[in-house]
Design a protein around this ligand. Structure first.
Ligand SMILES: Cc1cc2nc3c(=O)[nH]c(=O)nc-3n(C[C@H](O)[C@H](O)[C@H](O)COP(=O)(O)O)c2cc1C
Length: 318
């Protein structure tokens, strides 16, 4: 089985990926959260940093582009090829309102002729091999068969499927039986994504879909950064490892960002996921969320690591 780290904008940026790869080596791929090619300079400062080869040295990363314009995709892909990348991923899954209303991400799934025109041009002219990350449709999973018929006309390197429709956002039961359609006679490898949050969930998935050889993990892997190591070796994440991972991220964010507020903002985003590993930690988590100063934050973190037991079968995100 190959394990991919899902792109998560605002969570799995270059600093996070670097520290994760050092603390928990062995991921097959990390997908860079979407880069949005723009008029003129193509990538803004943030996007340039994210795909800077120096920032990703020694880490198997795949950049992802979010656009509904073939010319912008092709310009982005050319720049990525110049930087030495060997593949690019097209985002057809993002359900955020601000993205969808601009006809990007999963917004593109609503207009198949427009999507076809985009893919025709991309696949005719891309300087890099292209993979796609998609949802099953916009409103209904019955849309998936038409989408698949369209994708099958192109030489994708792989199709990554988040088994939900746009309307689901990130909640509700994943639609695994509809995902199955992607596997019948697929001309390219298919990667599954959605709600693989624990070793038990991953093993159950492998039992139900033995023919799937690639899975992409997002929130479950952010919550338990040692999840893939446990699946591969049986060695579960320890409290000490999570503490070390936390401390390294915290130190690096402090070195990079100015002001407690910015640093705490990043760390609170991570705690939203990590806290699932600490059942019964509501009070301590509240203290983290409320912390405005470094000292309050550090005290609350200390309390969690010292007093709350860690479980690698995470509960749901709060
Ligand atoms: C905060 C957040 C940011 C995300 N950013 C991206 C992104 O940049 N590109 C993308 O294709 N998907 C993005 N996703 C979707 C994830 O890659 C993944 O498909 C989703 O979380 C479902 O997988 P999971 O259940 O394993 O978390 C994001 C999801 C979350 C929650």
């Amino acid at each position: 089985m190959q394990f991919y780290f899902a792109p998560m904008e605002g969570v799995t940026g270059s600093l996070y990926r670097r520290i994760h790869a050092q603390c928990f080596p062995g991921m097959d791929r990390y997908f860079i959260p979407f880069l949005e090619p723009r008029e003129g300079k193509c990538f803004d400062g943030h996007d340039k940093r994210e795909c800077d080869p120096e920032e990703n040295r020694g880490i198997p990363v795949v950049p992802q582009l979010l656009t509904n314009r073939a010319d912008r995709f092709l310009e982005g892909a050319r720049r990525l090829a110049d930087l030495g990348y060997g593949e690019v991923n097209l985002n057809l899954g993002c359900p955020a309102r601000t993205v969808v209303t601009r006809g990007k991400g999963s917004g593109l799934l609503a207009d198949l002729p427009a999507l076809e025109a985009l893919l025709d041009e991309i696949f005719a002219r891309s300087p890099l091999p292209v993979s796609i990350k998609t949802r099953l449709g916009v409103d209904s999973e019955s849309e998936f068969s038409n989408l698949l018929a369209l994708y099958r006309r192109y030489p994708l390197t792989e199709l990554i499927v988040h088994a939900r429709v746009q309307r689901d956002q990130y909640v509700g039961t994943v639609r695994r039986e509809t995902f199955r359609l992607a596997l019948d006679g697929a001309p390219w490898p298919v990667c599954y994504n959605g709600d693989l949050r624990s070793p038990a969930a991953c093993r159950a998935f492998q039992g139900d879909f033995p023919q799937v050889e690639r899975v992409m993990l997002g929130r479950g892997l952010v919550a338990n950064p040692g999840l893939v190591r446990e699946l591969r070796t049986g060695q579960p994440l320890t409290r000490e490892e999570l503490r070390t991972f936390h401390d390294r991220l915290y130190a690096e964010y402090r070195a990079l960002l100015s002001g407690d507020r910015n640093v705490l903002c990043w760390m609170k985003e991570l705690w939203f996921y990590w806290i699932c590993l600490f059942p019964g930690s509501e009070k301590a988590y509240k203290a983290i969320r409320k912390a405005q100063r470094k000292s309050d934050y550090e005290e609350a973190v200390e309390r969690i690591f010292e007093t709350c037991p860690l479980s690698v079968e995470p509960g749901y995100w709060r």
